[in-house]
Design a protein around this ligand. Structure first.
Ligand code: ADP
Ligand code: MG
Length: 481
């Protein structure tokens, strides 16, 4: 008969202290701060973790540490199991203004003990924060660290993958490719890997370059007949970080060189991390063999942050820099800017400059006045409807004229609806204006088209990626022209 109460919470609480002492602060923060005791049963405890990624990493790296610690404390072998906890509603919901900084802290049931730990640990400066070490890697921004990166639903996979890689370069995910739109944190993340490895592994050789610099150096090396030096530089590294590989499209010879660099490093188990502004499958004019190399390993994406994460990011920047900006103002910015983090930061910079000038706190009214242009700006001012029609028509092997014309055959009507939908998505033209540009159609036709596309997207999973691809092409044109 079982009368025992299998409550191991005391042991777990104690174990956490031991584990903390056994690990670096950094390591503990990364892997244990979000682990909670879920429940315990006969000779087993169940730990709740934020994602299956965490679970796998903990199993792989820390299982024996956890087991041994529990054994030492309790004198019996306790089985350790994991459960992935469901995302809880954010505790940093801006309406409440509790200002609980980091995105990671948003999830999970907060037991008293862990809340206490959070409070204690947040007082300590992260070990690799910029001012804690005089060593600075020449190619890396010292403030692009994991500590300064707010983790939310939009980026947690990418961030956790990069953290895992940094702790064990060359062995976990090789290569790793992080992709996502402009201003979503690609450069911040890839450089965080560099900074982490730089500070944790004394002798590691880390090279960070943009694909553009890589290309230019390669061309220069050929001209100067210094191919050998170039090869030496890139093939003798422990960690190679190449940012913005979409730049390599069309650069066949550089692609070739990178292909060989890749193979050399891969065979030697050296870590590679790349970033790209779109999924590799959407890159054009990339050799198949290089594409397949990029697709090897892990490909993770960054999405635009949701409101809560935007709030957490700005809140952390405000606190970090001690800006005289209230939560209500942060909320205002986050409600009005949903594109990317760079745009959010730009709004903050503008306000903080104004606060400096004025020498007083920024009120909501001042913020509204100062940011009115930013808030009302068309999403993409350099894109016109003709450009959209051309790109969409091209894709469907039609002419822009077809899209503006009267024909309503299915082969034309569907692309036309897509073009209208995209126009409404990425420009500020009204439905009336859009109707006029599409052969003088009525604004209700435009509305109807957008609704059709939206509802088709619900049932056809291929439609959205296709439209996103088209939007990227259009924006590419937009920035070139
Ligand atoms: P990308 O390379 O994808 O265009 P960046 O890495 O340059 O974007 O990010 C743009 C700005 O936003 C940087 O200042 C970066 O520090 C900041 N940023 C992006 N994501 C986050 C985040 N999750 N937490 C904190 N800052 C972020
Ligand atoms: Mg970048």
């Amino acid at each position: 008969m079982e009368t025992t109460n299998w409550d191991y919470s005391v042991f777990w609480k104690e174990a956490v202290k031991h584990i903390r002492a056994a690990l670096s602060e950094q390591e503990f923060e990364m892997w244990f701060k979000n682990v909670r005791l879920d429940s315990s049963g006969k000779e087993e405890i169940i730990l709740a973790v934020p994602s299956s990624f965490y679970r796998d990493q903990l199993k792989q790296r820390y299982m024996s540490l956890i087991r041994d610690t529990l054994y030492d404390l309790s004198g019996q072998s306790i089985e350790v199991k994991f459960t992935v906890r469901k995302q809880q509603p954010s505790s940093t919901a801006p309406a409440k203004h509790d200002g609980n900084g980091q995105g990671e802290k948003q999830t999970g049931t907060q037991e008293e003990e862990s809340a206490e730990e959070d409070r204690q640990s947040s007082k300590k400066k992260p070990r690799i924060s910029p001012d804690s070490s005089s060593r600075v890697h020449p190619e890396l921004r010292p403030d692009y660290t994991f500590e300064n990166f707010v983790i939310g639903d939009n980026n947690s996979l990418a961030a956790n993958a990069c953290i895992a890689i940094s702790k064990n370069p060359g062995s976990s995910y090789n290569p790793c490719l992080v992709y996502g739109g402009v201003g979503l944190g690609k450069t911040h993340l890839i450089q965080s890997v560099g900074n982490y490895v730089f500070h944790e592994f004394d002798k590691a050789r880390i090279v960070y370059v943009t694909a553009e610099t890589f290309t230019n150096e390669f061309i220069q090396a050929i001209q100067d007949r210094k191919n050998h030096q170039f090869k030496n530089k890139y093939r003798n590294v422990d960690v190679l970080l190449i940012d913005d590989i979409h730049f390599l499209q069309d650069k066949v010879q550089t692609q070739e060189e990178l292909f060989h660099t890749f193979n050399a490093l891969y065979d030697a188990n050296k870590q590679m991390v790349f970033t790209c502004d779109r999924p590799v499958s959407e890159l054009k004019n990339l050799t198949d063999r290089l594409r397949s190399r990029f697709e090897r390993g892990l490909n993770v994406d960054l999405q635009p942050p949701n409101f809560e994460t935007r709030f957490a990011i700005l809140k952390s920047k405000v606190e970090e820099k001690g800006l005289p900006i209230d939560d209500q103002v942060i909320e205002l910015i986050c409600k009005n800017i949903n594109t990317n983090v760079r745009d959010l930061e730009a709004a903050l910079t503008k306000l903080s400059a104004y606060a400096d000038l004025l020498g007083k706190r920024i009120t909501v009214d001042i913020a509204k006045e100062q940011l009115k242009d930013v808030f009302s700006n068309p999403k993409q001012s350099n894109i016109n409807i003709e450009m959209i029609q051309r790109v969409v028509a091209d894709y469907f092997n039609l002419s822009a004229y077809d899209l503006r014309g009267k024909k309503r055959t299915k082969a034309i009507a569907f692309p036309r609806q897509i073009a209208m939908y995209i126009t409404r998505e990425i420009t500020e033209f009204s439905t009336t204006e859009v109707g006029l540009e599409f052969g003088g159609r009525d604004h209700t036709t435009v509305m109807h088209a957008c609704q059709r596309i939206e509802s088709r997207m619900q049932t056809d999973p291929t439609l959205e990626p296709m439209i996103q691809g088209l939007i990227r092409t259009i924006k590419d044109y937009g920035t070139k022209s």
